[in-house]
Design a protein around this ligand. Structure first.
Ligand code: SF4
Length: 110
C-alpha cells in the first residue's frame, strides 16, 4: 500500500519538475525573441548607413555596385527572416530591412 503511495508521490514530483523545467526554458527564451523584434530599425540617415549606401528598399538604390536580386535577405551578414526586418552584423543593435541593401552586401554561401 505504501509502495503505491510512493510511486504516486514520485509521479507527482516528476510532473512538477518536468513542468518547472519546461516553463524555465520558455521563460528563458522570451527575452531573446523579444530582443530581435525590439531592435530599432536602421535609418538611412545613420552616418554608418549613409557611408555604406544603405537603403531600405534595394530597388531604390542607384549605386552601380548593386546587382539585380541583391538584398539584405540574401546577404551573409543578415540573420533575419525573408521579410520584415532583422539583425545585420555590420549594424549591431539595429535591424535592417530584408528588402534593403548596402555596398557591403556579400551573397550567402549555399
Ligand atoms: S551588410 Fe548585408 S545585411 Fe547588412 S545592410 Fe548591407 S546588404 Fe544588408
Amino acid at each position: 500500500m505504501s509502495g503505491h503511495k510512493d510511486i504516486e508521490s514520485r509521479r507527482r514530483f516528476l510532473k512538477l519538475v518536468t513542468g518547472t523545467a519546461a516553463a524555465a526554458v520558455v521563460v528563458g527564451s522570451l527575452p531573446r525573441m523579444a530582443r530581435a523584434d525590439d531592435l530599432p530599425h536602421l535609418s538611412e540617415a545613420d552616418p554608418t548607413a549613409k557611408a555604406l549606401g544603405y537603403v531600405e528598399d534595394a530597388s531604390a538604390t542607384k549605386d552601380p555596385k548593386h546587382k539585380a536580386g541583391d538584398a539584405c535577405s540574401n546577404c551573409q551578414f543578415y540573420s533575419g527572416g525573408a521579410t520584415g526586418f532583422g539583425p545585420c552584423q555590420l549594424f549591431p543593435g539595429k535591424a535592417v530591412s530584408a528588402k534593403g541593401w548596402c555596398i557591403s552586401h556579400t551573397p550567402k554561401k549555399a
